[in-house]
Design a protein around this ligand. Sequence first.
Ligand SMILES: O=C(O)CCC(=O)C(=O)O
Ligand SMILES: [Fe+2]
Length: 203
Amino acid sequence: MILDQAQMPQRLYLKDSELARYWPQFLTREQSDQLFERCLALPWEQPSVQVFGRRHQIPRMQCWLGEHRCDYRYSGTLLKPQPLPSWLNALMFNVSQHCGTRFNAVLANRYRSGDDKMGWHSDNEPEMGQQPQVAIVSLGAGRPLQLRSQDHQQQDFTMPHGSLLQLLPLAQRQCKHQLPARKRVEQERISLTFRYIIPGFWH
Ligand SMILES: O=C(O)CCC(=O)C(=O)O
Ligand SMILES: [Fe+2]
């Protein structure tokens, strides 16, 4: 993997193919602070999911929001979207323009401390279509997001307050990513992971 940091956005390549685009300072400090405060008031939940036949609570909080009929199937449960508040809709439009694609839903994740985390996965559920699109806006504590290819090359993104990371469809096909625990982090982190969902896929 090669990260080209010469221009904005920074671009990550695997051989000749682009995997990701990274804007370390997408939002200003003021915008990021205001967004973080607004996100705290979202209807957060900590659902239980079934993994290999056992139920357990996910190690973070989450909230699924989106346009009409953008249901998301996640570890055996079907998430119905909460309506998008106007400030989040405006951010989704802005992120869509930067990424050159259209998002219509967002999975918000809240890591209450460094103990909360998300394990290795790809975001390629069938309702995301053949070219799964995800872009992540990070707020609060800086926590590294790790991207690893099938042949175990790895790139870490530091994801500071107000940064944006676009994972291109190839990154979901060829790599996995995770947000590991960071024992010494006490501050909260919130990520807004914008996605495109085929409306009505599960109807
Ligand atoms: O919190 C993050 O930055 C990553 C979240 C993620 O990978 C996801 O929601 O699928
Ligand atoms: Fe993900």
